[in-house]
Ligand binder design. Structure first.
Ligand code: ADP
Ligand code: ZN
Length: 634
């Protein structure tokens, strides 16, 4: 297959009507033979930037990619579009590897994905020097930098590999990692020649952000998952232990869940990831070990069960939601306890143990700083999106409401509780001064401030303290939130001992400083109102679907039917459902309810090949839906 025009490829092959920001510029650079480097957020469409020119250039395009699963995913997706591509990595046996190489020599593939470790092997060098290579695309280019979290030493072999070639191909690098330092490393260590560097904005407007401080994280999570039955999501936890506990509990509660962390054996991990990709399970509980290899584009929510230790990690992990551009939710469950765990992890990190004491102290201070910013994100009553964008140096973002985060949507009531905070602090101070033998834990303190005469309150004599029941006007859950907030801000801390009692922390409340809590127990998630996860019928008049927004479309019964059809078709072919059509495309199909070939092809994300494979079955399903609907109404 050979093409001469980028628009034709975009339309006929990928089925898209227009380029996304930045894509065209990168494609034009590559076609004119100029090196380029694109920093684009996840889901912005980096792959098209090199796949489209690859189909137009005379020679082969090599794509260096760090992970087997990513390569496999890309090659499968290309095959669905009717493009012959291959990958060369350690998952192939020597025989398969040789076969792939000889196919490549015959010019069977325009695009070949290769692991960086393969580049300098004799077999591959022999091949590379005997064919015409037009383009070398470096995916996840930040792996070349030691500053990133995904450093891969063999990425440093890339320039040597290029030198080995008789003719230098155009080199194009891609990453979603934003930091300045990493960007400089990429240009330097990949040896890019006068590259056109393009940094697009980091905003992803389909992502909804929320920070919640639920009284009971587990029940909040369970009801969220139940209310989002047809969605797939990740729940990130900070420790393996929490992952295991969550997995056990969710499974016991009838949720189809999986788990993923570095303590499991390779096979079990692989199986869990595959089950998730193929929609055999709905939710996966994971540590941050579940990362770069996830290419599932239809993840509808990412919930952080614990606060991550810095905004970079948060942006990256939350950003795994909604790569297909359809609405997705990024929710963080915050509690003071998380801050303590994160501090512990920073203090006890073995990372960089070969460094000298001074550097280590600096690193630790930097980590503390970033942790503080993360706490600030959790506490801010202002726009969460703007907070993240400003963190990444994007100050251009328009002020005012973003319309798609919990704070801008006014989902939480923010209450000032400075006076109450002072009382709580006094309670602990006085109690600890007067009583030498034991302390009190957070829940007893909350009960005492509320004025509940529980057994423990009576036994400890808390009902005789001056400030007993001083906060009786506040709901108990809010008093708990207040204590939690005081702990996370360092005004209170837990003792080292076995009983985790409270003591006055290192921080002092400054004059004029205010303390806030957020509350709205009625609310969980943007679509929180629809607790049941039931579907609604599509409006009778076909054109009315066009007026629904993406989130509403996803709740219609037609969407649900097409989703089931998609699952059936993907199971038959042994590919993940999102490779049949993405959620975004499925939404578009429901919106347009196409009844013939032409209408179907006009849906964004439907190319010629996809139409041939799936179009008729979808049209048949839509037609039978519409006729059932009209019969039931007459
Ligand atoms: P990235 O690698 O930047 O995270 P991908 O290349 O995986 O992003 O693309 C994300 C999604 O956007 C994919 O489903 C892709 O098919 C889709 N996409 C890419 N380009 C366009 C476009 N011009 N119009 C609509 N969708 C697009
Ligand atoms: Zn906002």
């Amino acid at each position: 297959m050979s093409f001469h025009d980028k628009f034709t490829i975009l339309k006929n092959l990928f089925g898209y009507n227009s380029f996304r920001p930045g894509q065209e510029r990168m494609i034009d650079d590559i076609l004119s033979g100029r090196d380029c480097f694109a920093v684009m957020p996840t889901g912005a469409g980096k792959s098209c930037c090199y796949q489209i020119p690859a189909l137009m250039l005379p020679g082969i395009t090599l794509v260096v990619s760090p992970l087997i699963s990513l390569m496999k995913d890309q090659v499968t997706a290309l095959k669905q579009l009717g493009v012959a591509a291959a990958y060369l990595n350690s998952s192939l046996t020597p025989r398969q590897f040789d076969l792939a190489l000889s196919n490549a020599r015959y010019g069977l593939y325009k695009i070949i994905y290769v692991a960086p470790e393969r580049l300098l092997t004799q077999g591959f060098l022999d091949f590379a020097s005997s064919v015409d290579i037009s383009l070398l695309a470096v995916d996840e280019a930040h792996c070349v930098s030691q500053w990133g979290q995904d450093f891969r030493p063999s990425y440093l072999d890339i320039p040597e590999f290029i030198n080995f070639l008789a003719k230098r191909p155009t080199v194009a690098a891609f990453t979603a990692t934003a930091t300045e330092q990493v960007r400089e490393d990429i240009v330097k260590y990949l040896g890019l020649c006068d590259p056109d560097i393009m940094v697009t904005g980091f905003d992803r407007d389909n992502l909804y952000y929320e920070v919640a401080q639920p009284g009971n994280k587990y029940s909040a999570l369970l009801s969220y998952i139940r209310a989002h039955k047809s969605d797939r999501g990740i729940v990130y936890c900070s420790t393996r232990k929490t992952v295991d506990e969550l997995y056990t509990k969710l499974t016991a509660d009838g949720i189809s869940a999986g788990r993923y962390h570095a303590g499991m054996d390779d096979e079990e991990r692989r199986q869990n990831q595959e089950d998730f990709t193929y929609d055999r399970i709905d939710v996966i509980a994971a540590t941050n070990a579940f990362g770069m290899g996830i290419d599932k584009s239809d993840i509808r929510y990412v919930i952080h069960y614990n606060m991550p230790k810095n905004p970079e990690s948060y942006y990256q992990e939350a950003g795994r939601a909604g790569r297909d551009g359809a609405p997705a939710e990024c929710i963080l469950y915050y509690s003071g306890q998380d801050v303590i765990i994160d501090k512990f992890l920073i203090d006890n990190s073995t990372e960089g143990s070969d460094l000298d004491e001074k550097t280590l102290t600096e690193l630790r201070e930097r980590d503390y700083k970033r942790l503080e910013l993360m706490v600030e994100y959790c506490m801010t009553p202002d726009c969460l999106r703007r907070f993240i964008l400003e963190y990444f140096g994007e100050t251009k973002h328009k002020p005012g409401s973003c319309g798609n985060c919990a704070n801008c949507l006014g989902k939480y009531k923010t209450t000032e509780v400075t006076k109450e905070a002072v009382i709580a602090l006094k309670f602990i101070k006085e109690f600890n001064e007067n009583d030498f033998s034991f302390g009190i834990g957070a829940s007893n303190l909350a009960d005492a401030l509320k004025g509940s005469r529980t057994d423990a309150v009576k036994r400890l004599g808390l009902d005789e303290e001056t400030h007993y029941s001083a906060l009786s006007h506040m709901p108990l859950a809010d008093i708990r939130r207040l204590i939690d907030t005081l702990v996370s801000r360092g005004f209170l801390r837990y003792s080292q001992g076995k009983y985790r009692t409270l003591e006055i922390g290192a921080e002092k409340l400054k004059r004029g400083e205010k303390i806030y809590i957020k509350n709205d127990p009625r609310y969980q998630g943007k679509a929180g109102a629809a607790k049941t996860g039931e579907t609604i019928p599509l409006p009778r008049d076909g054109s009315a679907a066009a007026s629904l927004d993406d989130a509403e479309i996803r709740k219609t019964d037609l969407f649900e039917r097409l989703r089931a059809l998609r699952k059936k078709l993907s199971d038959n072919r042994g590919i993940p459902p999102y490779m049949v059509f993405s959620d975004k495309t499925l939404i578009e199909i429901v919106k347009k309810t196409p009844r013939d070939r032409e209408q179907f092809l006009s849906c964004s994300g439907v190319g010629q090949n996809k139409y041939q494979q799936f179009g008729e079955e979808f049209i048949r399903e839509i037609r039978s839906y519409l006729s059932e609907q009209s019969q039931s109404k007459t």
